[in-house]
Structure formats: C-alpha cells, structure tokens
Design a protein around this ligand. Structure first.
Ligand SMILES: Nc1ncnc2c1ncn2[C@@H]1O[C@H](COP(=O)(O)OP(=O)(O)OP(=O)(O)O)[C@@H](O)[C@H]1O
Length: 511
C-alpha cells in the first residue's frame, strides 16, 4: 500500500465568529493527484493552509508522513518537503526569475552566492518537467502562466515532493492550463504528490486520481475519478442538482446602445494595444469577447469605462459620446461594470458587504434622504441582495476583505447586475467562482438581457462565452479577428480564431 503523506482528521477552525471548518478530513497518498473541491467559502484554502502550517487548527489531528504534528509552520512544512502555490502569487516582481527562486535559500561559495550551482539545479528541474522559463527575466515582465511556473520551480528548489496548488488555473488561458497539466503529470510520474484545488470540474476530472468534496466547512466524500461524473461531484458540492447549460430564449434586438468606432487604445504591452476596433451592441443582446488574456481585453474595457485614455476613434452610448469622460460620469450615465480585478477596482476590502453593495448609489434615494443615510433602507436592501445572491456568510456587517474569493465576487455582481442598467460591462464575471454561484451569475446575466440590457461580456471561459452570447467577437493582438453569430460558432473554431485565424479561413482549412 502506498504511504499516506498527509492525513487530517476532524479539523475545526474558526475566525472570530465565522466557522471556516467544522469537520475537515483529507488524506494524500504518495504519487497521486488529489483534488479538493467545494463551493466558495467551503473551507478548502483554510484546510490547505493548515496542512502547510500557515494556520493552526482549533482542534483535530494533522499527521505528516505518519507522525502527528503540532505548532506546524511553513518552515517546518518546507522541511517536511511540502510546498504551496497560493491563489495570489507571492513573487517579488522587481527581482529576476532566478533571484525569486533562490530567495532565502541561496547557495553560497566563499561568502558569495553560488549562482552556478543554483542555475545547474534549476535547469535540471526545467528540463525534467519541460518548463521553458527564462531565468534572467524580471518577474514583472512575465505573463501569469510563466509566473506560475516560477512559483512551482521555487517550491521544487526548496526540495518539495508534495505540491499544494490553490486554484492554479483560475488565471490561466486554456493553452496555459494544458501546459500546466503536462507539467503536473510529469511531476506525478516522477513520484511527486499533488493537491489541486479548483472550481473547474472538467479540469478536475482531467487531472485527478481522487477527488475530495467539502461543503459548508464539512468533509462530504472522497471518490475515485473513474467512479464518478461531473454532475455527481457538482451535486455533492452544492447539495442539489446544478445546471450550467443556460437557456437562451429568443430576444428581439432593440436599438443600438453602444457603438465603438475605429477605437485605438494605448498599452505598455505591444500585444495589448487596441488597434482600430469597431463593434456595436443592441438592447437585449450579449456580445461576448473571446480571446487569450493579454490580447487587449483589459485595455478595451478600461477605455470604454473611462479608466484608460482612448487615443482615437469614438465611443457612443445611446447616441452620445462617452469618449474620455470620467469613470464616475460614465457610471452615472447608466453603465454598470463588473471589473476583472475585484480587489483593485471592484471592492473596498476595508468596507462591509453592506457598504460595498450600496457603493454606487448611497447618495441617492432610497438610501439617502436629504443627505442623511437611511440605515433601515440600506440594511434591508443589503440583506435582500445577500439572500438573492447567496453571499456567505449571511452577515452584511462582515468586511469584504474577510470573504472567500467567490463570495467577494458575488458582492460585486449583486451590486452591478442587481441594478437596472442599460449597458452592463462584465469582465470575467465568474472567474474563481464556484459552480453553484456560476449558475446564479449566468442566470442574472441572462435575466438582464431579457430585461433589455445590452451586455458586453469578456470571459476566459469559452464555454461561458458560447452559452451566453448572441454574437462572439475574438480579440487577437488588439484587433478584432472577426465577429460571428453565436449560433454558427463552435468551440474549436473560436479557439483557432483566438490564435489569429479568421472564421471562414478556419472553415476552409477544415474542408
Ligand atoms: N483570515 C480570515 N479571517 C476571517 N475569515 C476568514 C479568513 N480566512 C477565511 N475566512 C472565512 O472562512 C471561510 C472559508 O474560507 P476559505 O477561503 O477556506 O474557503 P474556500 O473554500 O477556499 O473558498 P474559495 O473557493 O472562494 O476560495 C469563509 O467564510 C471565509 O470568509
């Protein structure tokens, strides 16, 4: 029988009055890829932070390689050959890749850093696991997929044979995810053991040997990949059937709401400059933007929402130019925005759920009357939104900085989609969000369409683009490759367009 490397039993952990884990169990055997899944706030990250010694359990037993541990710390975890890659990377952007990898563990020769030894060792990992990383580059110049490889190299360099990866694919493109999976399989072949936290059940089914499910802080079940299905896991996670296929009822297109004409927007990355882009969106229509991240999606949305200067061209909302006016004026004109970076632009983490929910409208009726806030109105509005969008924990006074990633995202969606809006700009609305909430968020986007909102959707999730959109535009190196009717598009063709091929060329190639 294979050795159990990590065993956790009856783990309990609270933060103040929030019980993050009520009864956590997990075990990892040598040489397996074991996924941990569960809704936002189910306690996955907390359980893994306990395994890595970043947090102490209130009670319960943690065994590492057969020995019970207490007062476990990341330092002891590293000594026990356990490494963790967190949701938010922990690299020093100003340093080079090699400097990051060896930071705190520099080999020395005659009082100086022995770079030769470090290069030799790291190049060995790069070759063995087929990683292709430029060790001289500064981390700030790396795309996310590369930065993640650096995180993995960093823990391998520290001697890890157990890798805990917390939502590693949340920020990756489909291509980068495939590459990551190749690396993980090579690591597994080499005898390493991997814990993989993810919300993407298809990926979980592709990569795992076993899958453990948590719900509401409790252990639910562990199943072998061959003995389960995606719907079965989704049901264990959410406690009910989940339907991600969204119905797209016929909708008669209304007037044009947004017109973008020959717009160019600068960027400090060459591939992300928006070059002469034109499209329009009508009332009751969803235009989905597909494309590999970094091809100008961020710049385009920042330009339209007033967060970035537009160099040339025109942006017209309901017949009036909104080009280069302030983000506040743009919001006030009736445009809602779910920003892609929820921490930077979507929320004030120091504020409560309630205050974030009313951030756009706190000065207006019914929340303020004659410049005085009406707390009763505000509280009942915030309670209702929390209930409708299933924001957990159900306490509107909690600071959003204390919420799990997915619940934080739900606060933004509840604020933006809940509002009556003529144009909704939704950038990565379900990124890092659990399957039950994805279903809810998609339903709300569809409801907004049925209420005649025009919606600009940017998503790295091609299936999301395909299932929600009426028209699909593909951005490649800052240009629109093509805009196609969603009814005629299929995922493979759109995938090929994401590498620059035109829709009809793709068809011709196939014939
Ligand atoms: N440092 C903290 N302070 C207060 N509450 C916390 C803290 N860390 C986690 N929590 C709470 O504990 C619960 C479990 O959070 P955790 O991050 O473990 O969930 P998760 O399953 O990883 O969720 P997600 O998939 O959204 O990342 C949540 O309700 C969260 O708000």
């Amino acid at each position: 029988m294979k050795t159990k490397i990590i065993e956790m039993n009856h783990i309990v952990k609270s933060f103040g009055h929030v019980q993050a884990i009520q009864d956590g169990h997990f075990d990892l055997v040598e040489g397996e890829i074991h996924s941990l899944v569960g809704e936002n706030g189910a306690g996955k990250s907390t359980l893994m932070k306990i395994a890595y010694g970043m947090q102490d359990p209130d009670s319960g037993k943690v065994m590492i390689r057969g020995k019970e541990v207490s007062n476990f710390t990341p330092k002891k975890a590293i000594e026990s050959k356990i490494g963790m890659v967190h949701q938010e990377f922990m690299l020093v952007k100003e340093l080079t890749v090699i400097e990051n990898i060896i930071l705190g563990f520099e080999p020395h020769i005659k009082g100086r850093i022995d770079y030769e030894k470090a290069y030799k060792e790291i190049n060995h990992y790069i070759k063995t696991y087929d990683m292709n990383v430029d060790l001289e580059k500064k981390v700030m110049n790396l795309p996310v997929g590369e930065a993640q490889k650096v995180e993995i190299l960093k823990i391998l360099y520290r001697g890890a044979d157990v890798l805990i990866l917390d939502e590693p694919t949340a920020v990756l493109t489909p291509q980068e995810t495939l590459k990551l999976f190749e690396i993980l399989n090579l690591l597994k072949e080499d005898g390493k053991s991997i814990i993989f936290i993810s919300h993407k059940l298809k990926e979980v089914m592709d990569i795992s040997d076993r899958i453990s499910v948590m719900r509401g802080g409790k252990y639910i079940d562990t199943v072998k990949k061959e003995e389960t299905t995606i719907p079965e896991i989704a049901k264990k996670m959410v406690g009910r059937e989940v339907f991600l296929e969204i119905k797209k009822p016929f909708m008669k297109k209304g007037n044009v709401v947004l017109e973008v004409k020959n717009v160019s927007i600068p960027s400090n990355r060459e591939l992300s400059k928006i070059r002469n882009v034109s499209f329009d969106i009508s009332a009751g229509e969803i235009l989905g933007f597909a494309g590999v991240d970094g091809n100008g999606q961020t710049e385009l949305i920042e330009g339209i929402t007033g967060l970035r200067n537009i160099e040339s061209g025109e942006v017209i909302f309901k017949g009036k130019s909104i080009k280069n006016i302030s983000p506040l004026q743009i919001r006030k004109s009736g445009i809602a925005h779910i920003p892609e970076d929820r921490n930077l632009r979507g929320l004030n983490k120091e504020w409560s759920i309630r205050d974030n929910l009313i951030a756009n409208d706190f000065y207006k009726k019914p929340f303020a009357k004659k410049c005085i806030l009406d707390n009763k109105e505000i509280n009942s509005f915030a309670d209702l939104r929390s209930e409708q969008f299933d924001i957990r924990p159900r306490d509107i006074n909690i600071l959003t900085g204390q919420l799990s990633g997915g619940n934080a995202q739900k606060v933004i969606v509840a604020r933006e989609v809940g509002a009556e809006t003529e144009l909704l700009i939704a950038a990565q609305p379900t990124r890092g969000v659990d399957i039950g909430s994805i279903e809810e968020i998609r339903k709300y986007l569809m409801k907004a369409r049925m209420n005649n909102s025009a919606i600009l959707l940017v998503s790295a999730d091609l299936e999301e683009i395909m299932s929600l959109s009426d028209k699909i535009a593909v951005l490649y190196e800052g240009k629109i490759v093509d805009i196609v009717d969603a009814a005629e598009a299929d995922i493979e063709k759109i995938g090929l367009m994401m590498t620059g091929g035109k829709f009809d060329e793709v068809e011709t190639q196939e014939q």
